[in-house]
Design a protein around this ligand. Sequence first.
Ligand code: NIG
Length: 397
Amino acid sequence: MSTFITGISELRTVSELGTIKNAALLIDDGVIAWVGPAEEAPAAATNAAETVDIGGRAILPGWVDSHSHMVFDGNRAEEFEARMAGESYAAGGIAVTMEATRSAGEERLDKLVEERVAAGHAGGTTTFETKTGYGLNIESEAEAARVASQHVDEVTFLGAHLVPPGADADEYIEEVVGPMLDAVKDHVQWIDVFCERGAFNEEQSRRVLEAGKKVGLGVRVHGNQLGEGPGVKLAVEMGAASVDHVNYLSDEDFELLAGSDTVATLLPACDLSTREDLAPGRKLIDAGATVAIASNLNPGTSFTSSMNFCVTTAVLQQYLTLDEAIEAATTGGAKALRRHDVGDGKDPQGRPAKGTLVPGAAADLHILDAENAINLAYRPGMPITWQTWVAGKKVYG
Ligand code: NIG
């Protein structure tokens, strides 16, 4: 099935092809077949099964949300309200949503995740990563991994999110790297650890990541959220695809990130919700690090999946240019998930790449109800997502 899209006022390819005005785009079998100025469209375009005129709107790649925690039940509105009244955030709150998640049942969790993916589509997100980490026992973590794998592109095992209340930390780690990892490993691609005071220390975190690596999982780290610490260093040492939060960084951390393939993932909605200073996105880019922007959807620190909001915040408050923020939320996220274009529009595993609109890449489109993408920041908070397409099919709008 082929679709020819015309009436594109601005096409942001987020690639060397740059931004094309008065553009057109040809999709064949869920993949981008051609992009360019409308007047240069190839003959194949006129034979497309359908032609869609989007009426002078902008297209960019769908957002790649490389960090979220969608598998949970319950909420922590009271904790949030107390924070807005001056309390500070602590890792321990995770235990509150643990009980609700454990007792929800697979059917309800499945429905919740499905709804959360639909909400993401409504905000222009087309690629989703999500983590386990609110079950914190073998049965519930395995359930979370199964549910997540039915709905998202990449699933991360985060049994090491918190030591559950009453458990001994070292015994819990043994369970995480042993039977729990065994129970989830067929449903996940990644392993993660909350390497932070109040959660897991460097030695425990390394043990978790090494165990994941041993069974073939990719590595990611929650690090440097609440203070300077070993997260970034450990992530780089372990060859992590991404280290996420990165609020408190030493000079050495900046150098390590700039000199490695480990993506620094900014989570601006979380920073605002926890009243932390926003992560130093500008400084990371200036230092030469690869940066991603993600929603961090979760019940404790970021109860939003709005990538539009995160991109707007990165521009208005973290001093990224529009181009930088869009790149971070598309190809940056794709790099953080190793789904980026490594040539011919294909990712490292030869699949259509995410986060870019070049021939060979996935036809994942975010169509704005605006002539150009600067409206994301120029008209903050306005309903700007007009349509969302995944693999050449409209999923929203
Ligand atoms: O990424 N930082 C650790 N995990 C989540 C939030 C956990 C929670 O408080 O529920 C995060 O912010």
